[in-house]
Design a protein around this ligand. Structure first.
Ligand SMILES: [Zn+2]
Length: 167
């Protein structure tokens, strides 16, 4: 790596130039702000007049060198790092177990809820049937206010009807 030393020199020169420009910029801003304290009215315009840091021309070569350096560092870090294996990672396994447990509980709860609903429907149907039957029986029963002759007639007619049906 013979280019490293020359590259470092370039970096140092560029960095020095950049720092100089930055310092000048900060000093300029400071002066303007001090001036503004005395003349409040000019505050907004004077701050706007100062060019932003991003506008200052940093040498492209310097930026490229830094980018390359960062990229190389990242590659190095990536190569040094162990690959993440979820089947051996304790945190991942714990999370997986947690998820499986949640899934199981949810499934079981759904099953139980469905069962409960089914039981409720069955019991509702059963109760309704009993009530209906009771209602029908009560409807057909003679009342104490009914005429005894009419009761006899009704009884005989239903008996005749049943006899006729069984024939
Ligand atoms: Zn993991």
């Amino acid at each position: 790596m013979t280019g490293t030393k020359g590259q470092e020199m370039d970096e140092a020169v560029a960095l020095k130039a950049y720092c100089k420009r930055r310092l000048k910029h900060i000093e300029q801003q400071k002066l303007l702000l001090e001036c503004d304290e005395k003349h409040q009215k000019r505050k907004r315009t004077s701050i706007k007049r100062v060019e932003s840091i991003s506008d200052q021309n940093v040498p492209v070569q310097f930026i490229c060198t830094l980018k390359l350096k960062t990229f190389r560092e990242e590659m190095k870090k990536g190569a040094e790092q162990d690959f993440h294996e979820p089947f051996r990672c304790r945190a991942c396994l714990a999370k997986q177990a947690d998820l499986a447990m949640n899934y199981f509980i949810k499934k079981k709860m759904n099953q139980l809820q469905a069962q409960l609903l089914d039981e409720r429907i069955q019991s509702h149907l059963y109760n309704k049937d009993t009530v209906c039957l009771l209602g029908e029986i009560l409807k057909d029963l003679p009342k104490p206010s009914d005429d005894p002759g009419e009761i006899w007639q009704r009884l005989l007619s239903t008996e005749r009807w049943t006899l006729h049906e069984t024939k």
